[in-house]
Design a protein around this ligand. Sequence first.
Ligand SMILES: *Cc1c(COP(=O)(O)O)cnc(C)c1O
Length: 434
Amino acid sequence: MIYFLVYFRNYFKFKFCSYLNTKNIREHRIARVFLINFKDSMDLSKTKSGTAAVWAGEMQTFCEGATTPPVVNSVTFAYDDMDEWFDVAIGKREGHIYSRNTNPTVSVLEEKIRLLERAESATAFSTGMAAISNTLFSLLSPGDRVVSIKDSYGGVGKIFLEHLPRFNIDVQLCNTTDHERIEEEIDKGCKVLYLESPTNPTLKILDLKRLIKSAHDAGAIAVVDNTFATPINQNPITMGADLVVHSATKYLGGHSDVMGGLVCGNSNLVRNLFQFREINGASLHAASAYMLIRGMKTLELRVQRQNANALKIAHFLRNHPKVKEVFYPGIESHPGHDIAKEQMSGFGGVLSFSLHGGFNDVKQFLPRLTFAHLAASLGSVSTLVGPPKTTSHVEMTEAQRKRLGIPESLIRYSAGIENVEDLLDDLNNALSNI
Ligand SMILES: *Cc1c(COP(=O)(O)O)cnc(C)c1O
């Protein structure tokens, strides 16, 4: 008898508990759905960049309440409900199918750049060059024409000069700051206008609003590489750009430890580009996306510091007897200063300068710097320094570099977030020893 009573008591206790558990889990799920909806419906488009950099893409409840986005390594995503699976597969309902196409961690990153650049849509790539080449190859067809500048990023120049012509695409590269000439070429008709400002390595400035307007008048699509400026200093979309491309490897990641590329802008254009990338396969890995997400949270802080460091360093170098010329749009005498002041909210962390002596002086000077990696790339928390002759423009002849206005003794200096007093001391010591 007692045995049966205990048995029944335990039986009912078990039943009751499992009822409670199911109920809890279900309510918990409902609560989560509500939270997601509640937070997603909050409009971040009016927030300032520092807030958007932290919160964009993260206004949702992650697994178990995690406060940072999980790295979703899963290649594939499962559905119990066939109708739901089908709806997601045909894009009728949000969700993920396969990580070459979309991935939850990568989506968080895309939302960050979308908000920071004030764009309609965004899509991510494995590198900056993947973002740019996919953009160009998805927009251009044989017989089309593209207008750009001679100072675009080295890899992009190679696409223009060596690869697009193989597909019978006409490429017109203009002298970078010759706005009249660029407009003339646009007026002759083109499918794409491809711009970059400030440029590498002499920090030339283009009047983006003016050129984008010309492109639109001619029915062309305006694409801007915003890598150097970052969305903190410049938002080409607010100046009319249709697409903005980024090497996230630089400032967005910010620590020289991850590569990535991003494109954002007009929804229709981004959708086409996304579909091209889906089958082209230059997708970003979730682990890299996480590193970029983490880097981007401090983007505003870093860029503000780098703006300030570069400006002080540019002024210091301008008054140094060993320095011949300083290229930085934040200096009043820079030919693009007025336009830069108009279209940028900071002048950026990269500057370049030439020495009175030739390349031999550069060879003596650079190894004497303590707080600088002598290395390619830019936009890292640590100062990165190198001559275009051995980095970005290594494949050119001296004559080609000269034609681009790149002096033999030019040094590109990407200011890190170090204390500027230390950077100035460092530069001063190294300069006085040559
Ligand atoms: C570095 C860079 C690129 C290429 O990006 P990767 O991530 O190295 O492929 C494109 N444009 C600009 C302005 C760059 O500085």
